[in-house]
Write a protein that binds this ligand. Structure first.
Ligand SMILES: N[C@@H](CCC(=O)N[C@@H](CS)C(=O)NCC(=O)O)C(=O)O
Length: 208
Protein backbone atom coordinates (compact mmCIF):
# COMPACT_ATOMS: atom_id res chain seq x y z
CA UNK A 1 0.00 0.00 0.00
CA UNK A 2 1.22 3.50 -0.78
CA UNK A 3 0.52 6.29 1.68
CA UNK A 4 0.82 9.77 0.20
CA UNK A 5 1.50 12.01 3.15
CA UNK A 6 3.21 15.07 4.52
CA UNK A 7 5.32 14.90 7.69
CA UNK A 8 3.57 17.97 9.10
CA UNK A 9 -0.02 16.90 8.42
CA UNK A 10 -1.91 15.92 11.60
CA UNK A 11 -4.38 13.94 9.46
CA UNK A 12 -1.53 11.92 7.96
CA UNK A 13 -0.04 11.45 11.42
CA UNK A 14 -3.32 9.91 12.56
CA UNK A 15 -3.04 7.32 9.79
CA UNK A 16 0.61 6.61 10.66
CA UNK A 17 -0.26 6.14 14.34
CA UNK A 18 -3.11 3.74 13.47
CA UNK A 19 -0.83 1.76 11.17
CA UNK A 20 1.87 1.48 13.85
CA UNK A 21 -0.59 0.54 16.59
CA UNK A 22 -1.99 -2.19 14.33
CA UNK A 23 1.47 -3.47 13.33
CA UNK A 24 0.79 -2.50 9.71
CA UNK A 25 3.44 0.16 9.14
CA UNK A 26 5.73 -2.36 7.42
CA UNK A 27 3.07 -2.72 4.72
CA UNK A 28 3.01 1.02 4.00
CA UNK A 29 5.25 2.55 1.38
CA UNK A 30 5.51 6.17 2.52
CA UNK A 31 5.49 8.74 -0.25
CA UNK A 32 6.17 12.32 0.85
CA UNK A 33 3.82 14.53 -1.14
CA UNK A 34 3.35 18.06 0.11
CA UNK A 35 -0.15 19.24 -0.90
CA UNK A 36 1.04 22.77 -1.72
CA UNK A 37 4.65 22.33 -2.85
CA UNK A 38 3.88 19.09 -4.76
CA UNK A 39 0.32 20.02 -5.69
CA UNK A 40 0.39 18.29 -9.09
CA UNK A 41 1.70 15.05 -7.60
CA UNK A 42 -1.06 15.00 -4.98
CA UNK A 43 -3.78 16.00 -7.48
CA UNK A 44 -2.73 13.10 -9.69
CA UNK A 45 -3.59 10.74 -6.84
CA UNK A 46 -6.68 12.45 -5.42
CA UNK A 47 -8.83 15.12 -7.08
CA UNK A 48 -9.17 16.91 -3.74
CA UNK A 49 -5.43 17.55 -3.72
CA UNK A 50 -5.19 16.73 -0.01
CA UNK A 51 -3.08 14.36 2.03
CA UNK A 52 -3.30 11.73 3.32
CA UNK A 53 -4.38 9.42 0.49
CA UNK A 54 -3.90 5.67 0.50
CA UNK A 55 -3.47 3.56 -2.60
CA UNK A 56 -4.35 -0.02 -1.74
CA UNK A 57 -2.69 -3.15 -3.13
CA UNK A 58 -5.45 -3.36 -5.75
CA UNK A 59 -4.74 0.20 -6.87
CA UNK A 60 -7.87 1.79 -5.40
CA UNK A 61 -7.34 5.16 -3.75
CA UNK A 62 -8.91 5.89 -0.37
CA UNK A 63 -9.17 9.55 0.59
CA UNK A 64 -10.02 11.23 3.90
CA UNK A 65 -8.14 10.13 6.99
CA UNK A 66 -11.16 8.67 8.87
CA UNK A 67 -11.86 6.33 5.94
CA UNK A 68 -8.18 5.37 5.64
CA UNK A 69 -8.02 4.60 9.37
CA UNK A 70 -11.19 2.52 9.15
CA UNK A 71 -9.72 0.62 6.20
CA UNK A 72 -6.53 -0.14 8.15
CA UNK A 73 -8.65 -1.13 11.13
CA UNK A 74 -10.60 -3.63 9.01
CA UNK A 75 -7.33 -5.09 7.69
CA UNK A 76 -6.03 -5.46 11.23
CA UNK A 77 -9.22 -7.06 12.53
CA UNK A 78 -9.17 -9.50 9.61
CA UNK A 79 -5.64 -10.44 10.73
CA UNK A 80 -6.86 -11.10 14.28
CA UNK A 81 -6.01 -7.76 15.90
CA UNK A 82 -8.32 -5.87 18.22
CA UNK A 83 -10.23 -3.03 16.59
CA UNK A 84 -9.45 0.57 17.54
CA UNK A 85 -13.14 1.35 17.03
CA UNK A 86 -15.59 0.46 19.83
CA UNK A 87 -18.24 -1.90 18.49
CA UNK A 88 -21.51 -0.26 17.45
CA UNK A 89 -23.37 -3.49 18.24
CA UNK A 90 -21.79 -4.35 21.61
CA UNK A 91 -21.22 -0.86 22.88
CA UNK A 92 -23.28 1.70 20.95
CA UNK A 93 -22.78 4.60 23.38
CA UNK A 94 -19.02 4.18 23.45
CA UNK A 95 -18.96 3.84 19.67
CA UNK A 96 -20.93 7.07 19.24
CA UNK A 97 -18.78 8.91 21.79
CA UNK A 98 -15.60 7.80 20.07
CA UNK A 99 -16.88 8.71 16.60
CA UNK A 100 -17.85 12.15 17.93
CA UNK A 101 -14.45 12.56 19.56
CA UNK A 102 -12.84 11.68 16.22
CA UNK A 103 -14.98 14.26 14.37
CA UNK A 104 -14.29 16.98 16.94
CA UNK A 105 -10.56 16.28 16.87
CA UNK A 106 -10.57 16.44 13.06
CA UNK A 107 -12.45 19.73 13.36
CA UNK A 108 -9.69 21.12 15.59
CA UNK A 109 -7.13 20.02 13.00
CA UNK A 110 -9.12 21.59 10.16
CA UNK A 111 -9.51 24.95 11.93
CA UNK A 112 -5.91 25.01 13.18
CA UNK A 113 -4.51 24.05 9.76
CA UNK A 114 -6.55 26.73 7.99
CA UNK A 115 -5.48 29.29 10.58
CA UNK A 116 -1.82 28.40 10.03
CA UNK A 117 -2.14 28.52 6.24
CA UNK A 118 -3.90 31.89 6.41
CA UNK A 119 -1.20 33.23 8.74
CA UNK A 120 1.46 32.23 6.21
CA UNK A 121 -0.05 34.51 3.56
CA UNK A 122 1.19 38.08 3.10
CA UNK A 123 -0.11 40.13 6.04
CA UNK A 124 -2.19 42.47 3.87
CA UNK A 125 -4.04 39.50 2.35
CA UNK A 126 -4.91 37.78 5.62
CA UNK A 127 -8.50 37.74 6.82
CA UNK A 128 -8.79 38.64 10.51
CA UNK A 129 -12.41 37.51 10.39
CA UNK A 130 -11.53 33.96 9.34
CA UNK A 131 -8.55 33.76 11.68
CA UNK A 132 -10.79 34.73 14.59
CA UNK A 133 -13.46 32.24 13.52
CA UNK A 134 -10.97 29.37 13.30
CA UNK A 135 -9.31 30.29 16.62
CA UNK A 136 -12.69 30.40 18.32
CA UNK A 137 -13.63 27.01 16.88
CA UNK A 138 -10.42 25.53 18.34
CA UNK A 139 -10.94 27.19 21.73
CA UNK A 140 -14.61 26.20 21.97
CA UNK A 141 -13.92 22.58 21.03
CA UNK A 142 -11.05 22.28 23.52
CA UNK A 143 -13.32 23.71 26.25
CA UNK A 144 -16.11 21.33 25.27
CA UNK A 145 -13.81 18.29 25.46
CA UNK A 146 -12.23 19.46 28.72
CA UNK A 147 -15.69 19.71 30.25
CA UNK A 148 -16.69 16.29 28.87
CA UNK A 149 -13.52 14.61 30.19
CA UNK A 150 -13.97 16.20 33.64
CA UNK A 151 -17.58 15.06 33.76
CA UNK A 152 -17.25 11.50 32.46
CA UNK A 153 -13.56 10.80 33.06
CA UNK A 154 -10.82 10.29 30.47
CA UNK A 155 -11.61 7.86 27.64
CA UNK A 156 -10.36 4.40 28.62
CA UNK A 157 -8.11 2.39 26.33
CA UNK A 158 -6.72 3.26 22.93
CA UNK A 159 -9.24 4.22 20.27
CA UNK A 160 -9.42 5.98 16.93
CA UNK A 161 -11.10 9.03 18.48
CA UNK A 162 -8.41 9.25 21.16
CA UNK A 163 -5.65 8.93 18.57
CA UNK A 164 -7.28 11.72 16.55
CA UNK A 165 -7.41 13.97 19.61
CA UNK A 166 -3.75 13.21 20.34
CA UNK A 167 -2.81 14.24 16.78
CA UNK A 168 -4.88 17.44 17.07
CA UNK A 169 -3.21 18.41 20.37
CA UNK A 170 0.21 17.52 18.94
CA UNK A 171 -0.49 19.81 15.99
CA UNK A 172 -1.36 22.67 18.36
CA UNK A 173 1.98 22.11 20.13
CA UNK A 174 3.75 22.06 16.78
CA UNK A 175 2.17 25.04 15.06
CA UNK A 176 0.24 27.04 17.69
CA UNK A 177 2.30 26.63 20.84
CA UNK A 178 1.40 30.20 21.90
CA UNK A 179 -2.15 29.00 22.46
CA UNK A 180 -0.83 27.27 25.61
CA UNK A 181 -3.74 24.81 25.55
CA UNK A 182 -2.46 22.88 28.60
CA UNK A 183 -2.88 25.88 30.93
CA UNK A 184 -6.67 25.80 30.92
CA UNK A 185 -7.24 22.17 29.93
CA UNK A 186 -5.67 19.95 32.59
CA UNK A 187 -7.86 16.94 31.79
CA UNK A 188 -6.81 17.08 28.13
CA UNK A 189 -3.19 17.39 29.26
CA UNK A 190 -3.62 14.31 31.49
CA UNK A 191 -5.05 12.44 28.54
CA UNK A 192 -2.34 13.54 26.12
CA UNK A 193 0.67 12.85 28.39
CA UNK A 194 0.77 9.03 28.23
CA UNK A 195 -0.63 8.95 24.70
CA UNK A 196 2.14 11.16 23.32
CA UNK A 197 4.76 8.92 24.95
CA UNK A 198 3.66 5.89 22.93
CA UNK A 199 6.08 4.69 20.26
CA UNK A 200 3.48 5.35 17.55
CA UNK A 201 3.32 9.03 18.54
CA UNK A 202 7.04 9.46 19.09
CA UNK A 203 7.86 7.97 15.70
CA UNK A 204 5.35 10.15 13.86
CA UNK A 205 6.12 13.47 15.59
CA UNK A 206 5.89 16.31 13.02
CA UNK A 207 9.07 17.81 11.64
CA UNK A 208 9.29 21.01 9.63
N1 LIG B 1 -10.62 15.68 5.78
C1 LIG B 1 -9.29 15.45 5.29
C2 LIG B 1 -8.44 16.68 5.56
C3 LIG B 1 -7.03 16.54 4.99
C4 LIG B 1 -6.34 17.88 4.90
O1 LIG B 1 -6.92 18.96 5.06
N2 LIG B 1 -5.03 17.80 4.63
C5 LIG B 1 -4.26 19.02 4.44
C6 LIG B 1 -2.86 18.83 5.02
S1 LIG B 1 -2.92 18.82 6.76
C7 LIG B 1 -4.13 19.25 2.96
O2 LIG B 1 -3.72 18.38 2.23
N3 LIG B 1 -4.50 20.46 2.50
C8 LIG B 1 -4.34 20.86 1.15
C9 LIG B 1 -5.45 21.75 0.71
O3 LIG B 1 -6.35 22.02 1.52
O4 LIG B 1 -5.44 22.16 -0.44
C10 LIG B 1 -8.72 14.21 5.98
O5 LIG B 1 -9.16 13.88 7.08
O6 LIG B 1 -7.86 13.51 5.38
Amino acid sequence: MKLFYSATSPFARKVLVCATEHGLSGQLELIQAHPIQNADQVAAVTPLGKVPALQTESGRVIVDSPLICEYLDRLAVAAGKQSLMPSLLDNPNQAEDDARLHALADGIMDAAYLYVMESNRPTEQQSAMWQQRWTEAVRRTLAFLEDAFRTTGLPAGLSLGGIALGCALGYLDFRLADLGWRDSHPALADFYGPLSARTSFLESAPTS
